[in-house]
Design a protein around this ligand. Structure first.
Ligand code: KIV
Length: 275
């Protein structure tokens, strides 16, 4: 059954946990979709885990559309959310609506996600008014990494915690259907989750959020440049891949791959005519 924003609303009402994973290409999206996840996020973490940047600042609309459309071709049931990249919505409400529209039309998203609180509420209102569901993102918002001065837990002191709670209420009021809480103390995430009617999706925000999201390369052990405390490795796919790549190299070098069963044949009489 196709997951929609209604699935998100109903899950919160029923107290059912929501699942979300990132994907950036067709074949991985298909595997994740078939695993029964509620939502797939084409995150701008694409910049880190696929494109090899140090942060998400350089990710473009073209990158998001290219990868979003590939993921969309592999997704049947999950709600497909595509991230709005840095400077695709901060510049103006007009830019935000135009770019959200492109992610829907060209990327085939079901919804978009953007980072920020009260300051992006005009954008959230305008995008939702255009019929595009918006997920918000609060706490450690990686597009503001230069303003934060590094990857740090957010909302630790009273003023910062109060601001996070107020921002969460503001984005709900503006029409967001859900909110990602990244790197937020678990007890603060619990309070925000209780205060909101829309679901909270945590990443480094404890297990009382209404759902969870992880970057798939992190949870599969495929990305080792930087591993935050909140990541759990559910499998060591990176090691399995390396072993397979090494085995391939060895067999090619030894001449044992390709074997007879991997060859195509030609009739002897056809071949003889060539001599
Ligand atoms: O870009 C991303 O992958 C994200 C998740 C970490 C929530 O925003």
């Amino acid at each position: 059954m196709k997951n929609t924003v209604v699935t998100f609303r109903e899950a919160k009402k029923k107290g059912e946990k929501l699942t979300m994973l990132t994907a950036y290409d067709y074949s991985t999206a298909k595997l994740i979709d078939e695993s029964g996840v509620n939502s797939i996020l084409v995150g701008d973490s694409l910049g880190n885990v696929v494109l090899g940047y140090e942060d998400t600042i350089s990710v473009t609309m073209e990158d998001m559309i290219h990868h979003g459309a590939a993921v969309a071709r592999g997704v049947k049931n999950a709600l497909l959310i595509i991230d709005m990249p840095f400077m695709s919505y901060q510049t103006s409400v007009y830019d935000a609506v135009v770019n959200a529209g492109r992610l829907m039309k060209e990327g085939r998203a079901d919804a978009v996600k953007l980072e920020g609180g009260a300051e992006v509420c005009p954008q959230i209102k305008a995008i939702t008014a255009a019929g595009i569901p918006v997920m918000a993102h609060l706490g450690l918002t990686p597009q503001s990494i230069n303003a934060f001065g590094g990857f740090k837990v957010q909302g630790k002191n009273e003023a910062a915690a109060r601001k996070l709670l107020e921002d969460a209420k503001a984005i709900e009021e503006a029409g967001a259907f859900g909110v990602v809480l990244e790197c937020v103390p678990a007890k603060l995430a619990e309070l925000i989750s209780k205060e909101l009617e829309i679901p909270t999706i945590g990443i480094g925000a404890g297990n009382v959020c209404d759902g969870q999201v992880l970057v798939y390369q992190d949870m599969l052990g495929m990305f080792s440049d930087f591993t935050p405390k909140f990541v759990k490795r559910f499998a060591n796919v990176g090691e399995v891949m390396k072993e397979a790549f090494q085995a391939y190299c060895k067999e090619v070098q030894e001449g044992t791959f390709p074997a007879k069963e991997h060859e195509y044949t030609i009739a002897d009489d056809v071949l003889e005519k060539l001599y």
